[in-house]
Design a binder for this molecule. Sequence first.
Ligand SMILES: C[S@@+](CC[C@H](N)C(=O)[O-])C[C@H]1O[C@@H](n2cnc3c(N)ncnc32)[C@H](O)[C@@H]1O
Length: 228
Amino acid sequence: MGLHPLFTLGPRLQLCASMVRKNVKLADVGTDHAYLPIWLAKKAIISNAVAADIRQGPLEKAKDNIQRYHVQDTVTARLSDGLNKISPNEADDIVIAGMGGEMINKIIENAKWLKDSNKRLILQPMTSVPELRKYLAENGFALLKEQAVIDENHAYTVILSYYNPKLIKTDELYEYIGMLNPKKQADREYVSRVLVSLSKKARGMEISGKNREAQKLYNIIDNIKSKV
Ligand SMILES: C[S@@+](CC[C@H](N)C(=O)[O-])C[C@H]1O[C@@H](n2cnc3c(N)ncnc32)[C@H](O)[C@@H]1O
């Protein structure tokens, strides 16, 4: 069988891939098609990967793709709810992408071995991003980096985090913009969407008579705007 052409990752998964360290063992939780570990294996960036998914359907897709791109020596598909079926010595860097923030929190909560400063978490939440940042800070996970990306007109943020309680720095804006830098174009675009959603929330509070909470949120909005 001839060699298959190497596919490229879209901007969102490409940003996740850029945060994976060289020569590490990877766990991709909620892998679906397994494109991320396959791409990293093809590029010889990782030494090993477990491509994990909770559902059989996506896992079969992952297995087919692993065969198709001939990376079965490096990437193994595994049925697992979160990291439940992955042991600490199988993963240095853990990617959890394309899931809700609350689900990501649950997956981290159920894998106490992530509280190890040698591990890296690369997290790309689709929803509940403030809840995820709050959970990380409250549980000793510091942010090392955060960057936004625009992919097919959607804005996503990717968080690189690791266990280091001493390094945690939070302020009033932490939950809302984390380490994003609104001076950068994609981060600014992401933050402007955050501002739209916060403004709607504040307006809703006002309408339901929660004026003090609304004012607090308006102050946060003004504070964020001053950084853009
Ligand atoms: C939207 S896909 C994301 C695929 C890929 N990570 C990406 O970002 O393009 C989400 C995948 O997560 C899987 N999933 C949801 N909850 C999970 C859990 N608790 N553990 C493992 N996989 C899970 C789903 O079955 C689905 O295949």
